[in-house]
Design a protein around this ligand. Structure first.
Ligand code: ADE
Length: 238
């Protein structure tokens, strides 16, 4: 049999897709504010017996919703600075540890993102990303629609890379989660809700903070629709 190839002709390893309904889902969510509405919606409880190494601030909520075992994993607060540990480093670590410990059928990276009005993004829109890429690695990379870097702002150098990535939304975790999920051959979905217009007139931090609460409500609704949709389905049906 000829080796499998992706749409760019690169050889890919065959991944066996279980022929049974999706059972375990792990949400990777960077900020407490983004995670809390979903924890309530799915009536999850914080796990006290950690499957993670002793001493890490990572937080896991879990419970049953319909036929699904739902986990929400967040990086928690930075032990020195007391703020949410956003960004690619923590996102990679918790994705890796969660897949190792929980063996999910599916990972969902849900969170907020900046949107580009040049691409039609508006505040409160929720995107299911079709592709992801990093924009702050000075290495030529394939086109991606969700562009990820470790900064909330956008310097001219990043702007060039983001435009080259043809991005509609820009976040701080997606490509890191994609990297680890791909390493561990675990399917992943990206749900990104727009809190600020990156190519608009307003300062990003101000617009982000102003819209964070309202937009996480839109994220919460979209994530619930996704979970209701996947409930009872096999991966091959998505
Ligand atoms: N999350 C929300 N808005 C963002 C932005 N403009 N850049 C990166 N991450 C974000």
């Amino acid at each position: 049999m000829a080796p499998l190839q992706d749409d760019k002709g690169t050889e890919v390893t065959e991944v066996s897709i279980p022929k049974r309904p999706i059972s375990t889902v792990v949400f990777i969510i960077a900020m407490q504010t983004e995670a809390s509405p979903l924890v309530e919606k799915f009536q999850l409880a914080q796990e006290s017996n950690s499957v993670f190494p002793n001493g890490v601030p990572w937080v896991r909520y879990s419970g049953k919703y319909k036929d699904l075992n739902i986990n929400i994993v967040s990086p928690g607060k930075d032990v020195v600075l007391g703020v949410d540990s956003v960004g690619t480093v923590s996102a990679s670590l918790i994705t890796y540890a969660s897949i190792q410990a929980l063996q999910p059928d599916l990972v969902i990276n849900a969170g907020t993102a900046g949107g580009f009005k040049a691409k039609g993004a508006c505040i409160g829109d929720v995107y299911l990303a079709s592709d992801v890429a990093f924009h702050d690695r000075r290495i030529p990379i394939p086109i991606g629609k969700l562009s990820t870097g470790d900064s909330l702002d956008m310097c001219p150098h990043d702007e060039k890379a983001i435009v080259a990535n043809d991005a509609t939304v820009k976040d701080m975790e997606g490509a890191a989660v994609a990297y680890v999920a791909d390493l561990l051959k675990t399917p992943v979905i990206f749900l990104k809700a727009v809190t600020d217009i990156v190519d608009g007139d307003r300062p990003t931090p101000e617009e982000f903070l102003q819209n964070l609460a309202a937009v996480t409500a839109a994220l919460d609704q979209a994530a619930t629709r996704v979970v209701d949709y996947i409930n009872g389905k096999n991966l091959s049906e998505l």
